[in-house]
Design a protein around this ligand. Structure first.
Ligand SMILES: Cc1cc2nc3c(=O)[nH]c(=O)nc-3n(C[C@H](O)[C@H](O)[C@H](O)COP(=O)(O)OP(=O)(O)OC[C@H]3O[C@@H](n4cnc5c(N)ncnc54)[C@H](O)[C@@H]3O)c2cc1C
Length: 469
């Protein structure tokens, strides 16, 4: 097996986490007058680099004055029933401002916007990079490409970690495009190669039956095959996060577009393939319910659901801003015709809509606040935004659940160092981003890119300090 010239840092994965680690290491080395010999290992070709980060809009759950949602820690604690690593959550909250500054300083411009129909503790607003996650990949990879001594090795996959006799991680074994193994030696390795959403075998092992029916929400997620988790577990790392849970989203089943999510369902009804309602579409705003609705579609509704609306739905100002599919809705003059177009039982859809319409209570409809306009005596109820579906043409979107990322991963401390089950740090090994386990039960949307960049940045900075010591 070939051994490449020694590096100071080897990073496995070229998304937000890996690139942040490489760039922050390079900056720290530069500040202390040292060269930085860095290898970033990426399974994909250059044109497809960047994993999930490449496709995300990268909405950031931050306030206008650049603080993480002040309810984040409380929410993580409540959702996880105390299982979440609150020290890491507090670190994320504390470090978010510096992460945003770090992105800007490295060629990633940011913007802030008000998201319609959302109900965030951030004042209804969100941050994001101009150009989404792709601009994080381009910006940070550009810095690495301009850094002497640093390189990105494409079409190269990490296979296993290399250990010194005493158990320190001293490099990684990779398989290049020639199919041969080589060892990249370095005193520090950062695992940042995403979750296992692209691996049907692992999905089935952890999520259970029918996990292989979950399409990935964007094409390059197929490269995230859980290798980082496997490699770390092989050398005795501990696991964290909920292994039988994942972040999924309700996408248009007809679309091949990445991120073809249909968030507008609070302004109509959702039915399953028997044309029956199965959830409270107005329990909360879409940004708080889309994950559980997607999960329900996969787990209990045979991966098929339909969002049904009418001309009142379409007339809601800005409603198109929360419909991300590239496909127009199926449209028909009567519910019967719509059902036929959607391959639903026409009589069943007519009965479902009639029962829903009869149960809609009084009150003024207001899409921009919890209007309390609910159904009465209907199971399941609709708690807000209930209006009668009676203005043709009717519309329908066929939906399915797509997987965005898995929750189970490697356990790290708040400095991104990989831990054993007893809490001991494995020397020389860091992990950041999706490959680490942070979330339980519920994902507070708009925090995954931030945690990837933040803990990647912290890993790179710590490895540089350790290398200089
Ligand atoms: C469509 C979509 C929308 C999203 N929306 C949001 C949002 O609005 N806000 C938010 O915060 N989050 C969002 N997310 C989630 C977020 O984008 C990801 O969780 C985050 O970008 C993960 O970053 P990462 O660096 O950990 O992993 P990735 O960006 O996936 O990078 C992992 C890299 O590792 C490489 N790799 C994998 N295995 C190997 C191996 N064995 N050897 C070498 N390389 C390997 C992959 O090719 C990839 O480049 C979204 C995700 C998607 C897909």
């Amino acid at each position: 097996m070939a051994t490449d010239p020694a590096y100071d840092l080897v990073v496995l994965g070229c998304g937000a986490a890996g690139l942040s680690a490489a760039v922050s290491y390079a900056a720290a080395a530069r500040a202390s007058g040292r060269a930085a010999r860095i290898a970033v290992v990426e399974r994909a070709r250059r044109e497809e680099r960047g994993g999930a980060t490449r496709w995300t809009s990268a909405w950031f759950r931050i306030t206008e004055d650049r603080r993480l949602d002040p309810a984040f820690i409380e929410e993580m604690q409540a959702a996880s029933g105390g299982l979440a690593d609150l020290e890491s959550c507090r670190t994320l909250a504390r470090e978010v401002g510096q992460t945003l500054q770090f992105l800007e300083q490295n060629g990633v411009p940011l913007t802030y916007f008000k998201q319609p129909f959302a109900n965030r503790n951030t004042g209804g607003g969100l941050g994001m990079p101009v150009g989404g996650g792709a601009s994080i990949v381009e910006g940070l990879a550009g810095v690495i490409e301009r850094t002497a001594g640093a390189r990105i090795l494409y079409e190269t996959e990490a296979v296993r970690l290399s250990l010194s006799g005493a158990g320190r991680v001293d490099g990684a074994v990779v398989r290049g495009r020639d199919g041969l193994l080589a060892t990249l030696s370095a005193p520090a390795v950062v695992i940042a190669c995403g979750g296992f959403e692209g691996n049907a075998e692992m999905l089935t092992r952890y999520l259970g039956a029918r996990a292989s029916e979950l399409p990935v929400i964007a094409p390059t997620l197929k490269n995230n095959t859980g290798d980082g988790l496997r490699m770390a577990l092989e050398i005795g790392a501990a696991a964290a996060g909920q292994f039988d849970m994942f972040h999924g989203e309700p996408i248009d089943a007809r679309s091949g577009k990445p991120d073809a999510v249909v968030y507008a369902y609070p302004f109509g009804i959702l039915v399953n393939d028997r044309a029956e309602r199965f959830c409270d579409e107005g329990r909360d705003s879409f940004d708080s319910t889309f994950e559980e609705i997607a999960y329900e579609i996969w787990r209990n509704q045979r991966q098929r659901a339909f969002f049904i609306g009418d001309q009142t739905t379409l007339a809601i100002e800005s409603v198109q801003a929360i419909v991300l599919t590239d496909q127009p809705p199926v449209s028909a003059g009567t519910l019967r015709e719509l059902a036929i177009e959607l391959a639903l039982d026409p009589g069943a859809l007519e009965r479902t809509v009639a029962a829903f319409n009869a149960a809609v209570g009084p009150g003024r409809f207001d899409a921009h606040r919890f209007d309390g306009r609910a159904t009465h005596g209907l199971v399941p109820p609709k708690s807000n935004w209930a209006f009668r579906l009676e203005r043709p043409p009717y519309i329908g979107y066929p939906l399915t659940c797509a997987i965005t990322f898995t929750f189970g991963g490697i356990r790290t401390d708040a400095l991104a160092r990989v831990l054993t089950p007893s809490g001991t740090v494995i020397p020389g090994l860091y992990a950041a981003g999706e490959v680490t386990g942070l979330y339980y039960r519920r994902y507070p949307a708009g925090t995954s890119v931030l945690r990837s960049a933040t803990f990647g940045r912290l890993a790179g900075a710590h490895a540089a300090r350790a290398g200089a010591a």
